[in-house]
Ligand binder design. Structure first.
Ligand code: PHE
Length: 347
């Protein structure tokens, strides 16, 4: 470079180059890199102009310096402004992409819940366990002996007709009642005995309130001096806990081969309080379970001295309790896994 005129022309070129080049820039990082090509102290095009000073005639040196400095100042503030604009735009874009619309309805999180039968079983188990009952789970496949014979229901006994049985072979069957577990428990444990036994049972029976597979919970207490009053007292406590504090219980005579005397247990209707409604068919009472004093013959079949010990047993249907509690009028609804039904039942 020879003189001031040439410098001014060069400065003009550089400015034009900066203005044209910066139009292409889209990020603050690119602005930073572009700025370096002009202002970097070693390689920058404006910084390089200063080094030309030595070739300039003496009398022009002062003006030359002033012009180069002015160009540098201009470039610095030009890039500053550009950098600020770029950063502001970047921030705006970030806010835009991370925007949360707090007025939007929240997404519903769907939690699973336990099946009503599981819920009822857990609730009943909790109540009985708090009274000191152990839990015994029998098997779904049983022998004819445990399901019937040991329970005082021999081959030709008419009570076998009370339950339509699925036989797997002449000896094996799908248990028709959890009562089969009573015999296993009494064979294996000396009194005092206090167990509940929940599980699936099977009967060839199928209508709105019966299903070929359903669930029962058996209860068995054997000790010295156990009688029907103990049964009634315990069932009253149990009914209050499951159906409400005001619930009353009553016993009606019934028949089961393995209990003597046998009873059906009713609870006062928890919907109308006993006045009579659709649920209790106007009677004020709802039948919930079968029970009785353990038949001496059953104790003897299991090797327990019936002169020393006595006991009571009861058996209830879990589907029936669930249907009553949740107002379900067809037992099939409990087995169809229809979420429209199950979603409404959450205890
Ligand atoms: N096992 C009887 C039934 O399924 C119920 C029951 C159990 C009755 C225990 C008396 C004692 O119908």
């Amino acid at each position: 470079m020879q003189d001031l005129n040439e410098l001014l022309a060069k400065i003009g070129e550089i400015k034009a180059e900066i203005e044209a080049g910066s139009a292409e820039l889209t990020t603050s990082k690119a602005v930073y890199e572009f700025k370096k090509t002009f202002l970097d102290s070693k390689q920058g095009k404006i910084s390089a102009l200063m080094k030309e000073m030595r070739n300039i005639p003496k009398e022009q040196k002062q003006d030359f310096g002033k012009n180069v400095n002015a160009a540098k100042e201009w470039a610095l503030s030009y890039f500053d402004e550009l950098d600020q604009k770029m950063k502001a735009e970047e921030l705006r874009q970030r806010y835009e992409s991370e925007k949360v619309d707090i007025t939007m309805p929240a997404k519903k999180v769907k939690y699973g819940n336990l099946h009503p039968i599981t819920t009822v079983r857990n609730q009943l188990s909790d109540i009985f366990m708090s009274m000191g009952f152990d839990v015994f789970e029998g098997t779904e496949i049983e022998t004819d002996y445990y399901n019937f014979t040991a329970l005082n229901t021999p081959d030709d006994h008419p009570a076998r007709d009370m339950q339509d049985t699925f036989y797997l072979s002449p000896e094996f069957l799908l248990r028709t009642q959890t009562s089969a577990g009573q015999v296993h428990v009494m064979e294996n444990k000396k009194p005092p005995i206090k167990v509940i036994s929940p599980g699936k049972v099977f009967r060839s029976d199928d209508d709105a309130t019966h299903s070929p597979m359903f669930s029962q919970m058996e209860g068995l207490v054997v000790d010295k001096g156990i009688n029907l009053c103990d049964l009634k007292g315990m069932l009253t406590m149990f009914s209050k806990q499951i159906f409400g504090e005001d619930t009353k219980t009553r016993l009606r005579p019934s028949y089961f081969p393995f209990t003597e005397p046998s009873v059906e247990v009713d609870v006062s209707c928890f919907q109308c309080g006993g006045a009579g409604c659709k649920l209790c068919k106007g009677t004020g009472w709802i039948e919930v379970l079968g029970a009785g004093v353990v038949n001496k013959k059953v104790l003897e079949n299991c090797g327990i001295d019936s002169n020393e010990y006595s006991g009571f047993a009861f058996g209830l249907g879990l589907e029936r309790i669930a249907m009553l509690k949740y107002g379900i009028n067809n037992i099939k609804m409990l087995f169809e896994s229809d979420l429209r039904v199950l979603d409404q039942i959450d205890d």
